[in-house]
Design a binder for this molecule. Structure first.
Ligand code: DSN
Length: 427
């Protein structure tokens, strides 16, 4: 039976979500639109198969074809990022980060990461997260203008001697200097983990430097700028050893430690439909037009940042080098929560976000985070960013005027109809 025959409630909700995606401006910088090929692989019969283990070394029979799929994903990841080892099984970015900690640390060891409220991630040592509860977490922040504070990182590292330094961000609009991060880790003999989830696609397109050859372990999700399905990968150099040999926690053993951390450490059977879709997305990302895509994401973000700045918005760090920006709304006398809601009514999806040295709360912070990966996938360019920047300003000035917001939504709908998405799809 088809979905809409057996479960009309789910089908109906999916159709509404499809329409929301088609008719709105998706500006949450960690979201994107996968290709129909990725969608097809993700909805495939790969979901039926158990295959705990790795290609050629599984705990289940009948894995010959999922081995082919996982090897394709692994080989494509290695070629795309220039590493010798890729684990493509983490179910999500959180799992990839937790596995890395499980691989390299003992409970109670010290790690150091960027505070979530300054642009980091909860798995980088937030006290209420696994990473902040099972390890001693040292959190670095930013300078006054929101720039990553390597000076502070160095002094905290020298004081607390972390065994793992985590560098990477979810709300950071600038290029990350991996070499400076390496210097901090080296000063105390720590492992360096680069979490490139947000900028993975920009690394592929050459719009953000790669930490390969600098960081010991690189984690990334596959669904942000990389434009694959939800999922994650752990990348490193070296080769895993035979399964049953005991391994010490050394740099040379990182590939083995990572593989064992994923299974049996923290996960069971890999999601083979997800692995198939990751393989397809990696093939797409290796095509020449993906480089153009990455360049356009950044051009669009810079244009939007310039428009917003012109309209008197204050951007954290003063602008952007990548796919996103964080707007501090303090000078506009409106909160991030109010603006997230108002823009939602105008058909523009963003998320409320803390700003560095946040005076409010994470539930009703001073800022919003917005970005251009999904709009760029639709084919929008600088001209559309000019228009969208104008609508964002208009919506924020009129944040409590529902009629005004509805009229912007009508204009948004007209614009999106010129950039079709998932034509003919229906559940
Ligand atoms: N939720 C992701 C993001 O939006 O950046 C991070 O986990």
């Amino acid at each position: 039976m088809k979905l809409n025959e057996i479960d009309q409630e789910v089908a109906e909700a999916l159709n509404h979500e499809l329409s929301r995606e088609q008719t709105g401006l998706e500006m949450i910088p960690s979201e994107n639109f996968v290709s129909e090929a990725v969608l097809e692989a993700l909805g495939s019969i790969g979901t039926n198969k158990y295959s705990e283990g790795y290609p050629g070394a599984r705990y289940y029979g009948g894995c010959e074809w999922v081995d082919v799929i996982e090897n394709l994903a692994r080989d494509r990841a290695k070629a795309l990022f220039g590493v010798t080892h890729a684990n493509v099984q983490p179910a999500s970015g959180c799992a990839a980060n937790i596995a890395t900690m499980f691989a390299l640390l003992e409970p109670g060891d010290t790690l150091m990461g960027m505070n979530l409220f300054y642009g980091g991630h909860m798995t980088h040592g937030l006290p209420v997260n696994f990473s902040g509860r099972y390890y001693k977490s040292i959190q670095y922040t930013s300078t006054k203008d929101g720039t990553m504070d390597f000076g502070q990182m160095m002094s905290l590292a020298l004081e607390h001697k972390p065994k793992l330094v985590i560098v990477g961000a979810t709300a950071y609009p600038r290029i990350i200097d991996w070499q400076k991060a390496r210097e901090v880790a080296d000063a105390v003999g720590a492992f360096l983990m680069a979490d490139v989830a947000h900028v993975a696609g920009l690394i592929v397109s050459g719009d953000h430097p790669s930490p390969v050859g600098i960081a010991d372990v690189i984690t990334t999700t596959t669904h942000k700028t990389l434009r694959g399905p939800r999922g994650a990968m752990i990348l490193c150099n070296g080769n895993p050893s035979t399964p049953l040999k005991k391994v010490e926690v050394t740099r040379e053993n990182i590939p083995t430690l990572i593989d064992r951390a994923i299974i049996p450490g923290i996960q069971g059977g890999p999601h083979n439909h997800q692995t198939a879709a990751i393989a397809v997305a990696l093939k797409e990302a290796a095509q020449p037009d993906f480089k153009e895509y990455g360049h356009q994401i950044v051009k669009n973000a810079k244009t939007l940042a310039a428009v917003l700045t012109r309209q008197g918005f204050e951007l954290v760090t003063g602008g952007t080098d990548n796919h996103l920006m964080v707007v501090n709304l303090t000078n506009k006398n409106v909160s991030g929560k109010q603006v997230e809601h108002a823009l939602g009514l105008a058909g523009i999806t963003v998320n409320k976000n803390t700003v560095p040295f946040e005076p409010r709360t994470p539930f009703d912070p001073s800022g919003i985070r917005l970005g251009t990966p999904a709009l760029t996938t639709r084919g929008m360019k600088e001209a559309e960013m000019e228009t969208i920047g104008g609508w964002i300003d208009e919506a924020i000035v009129n944040w409590s005027d529902e009629a005004k917001l509805a009229s912007i939504k009508t204009a948004v709908k007209e614009m999106t109809s010129r950039f079709p998405l998932y034509v003919g799809l229906k559940y």
